[in-house]
Design a protein. Sequence first.
Length: 479
Amino acid sequence: MLAIALAVTTGAIVLGAQPPAAEVTYRFTYATPGDDMVTIEMEWSEPLRDAAPLVMPRAIPMGYGEQHYDAFVSNVEAFAGATASAAPAREEGPRWRLAAGTTRVRYRVNLREMEREVRAASDASRVRDGYLGALGYSVFAFVDGFEARPTLLRVEGPSGWPVFCTLSPRWPVTPDPLDGRAPNFYALADAQIVLGPRAQLRRLAEAPAPLYLAAYAEGEVDLDRLGTLAATAYQRVIDYFGTVPFRHYTVHQELLTPISPRHEYGMSMEHLDSSTYYLAASSGLTARSTADDDARVLYNFAHHIAHAWVPKRAYGIGYFPFQWELAPVLDSIWFAEGFGQYAAIVAVGAGMPDPAAYRQRMLERRFRANVTSAPDFLKRLTLVDLSRVASTRYAEDFRTGRLVFSRGGLMAAALDERIQAETKGAKSLRDALRFLVVWSERERRAFRNEELPWLIEEATGVDTRAIMDEWMAPVPVGK
Ligand SMILES: [Zn+2]
């Protein structure tokens, strides 16, 4: 029950005690197979009182970097009721100026060009033969000031094309237009749309909330094997956190023929109710994959599913509300990435014959080896300074991303050990993370780094300040 309540009240975080703001309706239309473009329409009932900017996202939630999605937008039109206004003028940044009185906007987004220009496959939407896969933040704009408004989305594909959206998965999947609701722009932008006869859609689990697999493969892949691993990871992470903060969850995987040697495949991304895995066509799980491959894929699923709790629903400052035009400078990536991954390690390990051995092996492989091999100039940064540096180049210069999550992961492990030792095994870091998820939902805000030891103590009765201070400091020479 708690789970459903959490999902439904996400929108109230911003709305607070204010009367509910008017809804914004979005329409996503992909009209003709083979077309490069999608058309987006946005509409709201109350005409704009003053001129306001229309904004395309550049920053990606948890992307720790920027993509200039506005570069692929064209044909921006604004309307006041049924009347077309002058074409909105382009402004500095990812903005267009909407005139007072505007109630509707229409624009097009070129997905073919986006895939060509954005070299990180996990940041791009794409159209390919018989298939479309779209990331919400790469296609949906917002009117500045409307971010907290609830949104209604209608998705329409070419005649006969199955329509799937992570906001409101429909089962069985049909080609009819699909409607979905999001409590705010963040939830809309964090959703994905999957269309086309070459999409392979499966329902992997019914409970505790339906789990879907949306796959598109240009290479060999064993979807049964992949689906089993996704369902296992899903269940273990749910068991770890003890709550289900979404009404459904989707694993979206694309196996793609690289479009140039400079394009990068293999990064995954977490979202509120889904996670996305955009890989090179040759890296699918097949009948010839090894037990090690299975273990790697299982952990990767668990890692990104765990982010639905940490930090999507328990987060430091800057994660939510989110700043869309410039990647925010964040002080707590070590928590989001390190603690999230540590939770995934313990969650996955719980299903292993020897959980302690798995944990040790993963701490060594995922975290300790990265700290040892990191360049000294990054080790000399405090964890907050490293987090700030990684905020805008986490993946682009992965030395920063890898070190910030590794130091955070080792801190989580040290905290877990201390909590278990002092409570003689009665409590663990898991209790602190569960507490934090409930606290975040109740307080409807981000925690400040200084509050974390206090919150952990409240949850477990253990004072962990000294350990946190130690791990926030630069890495000692020689470590
Ligand atoms: Zn992560």
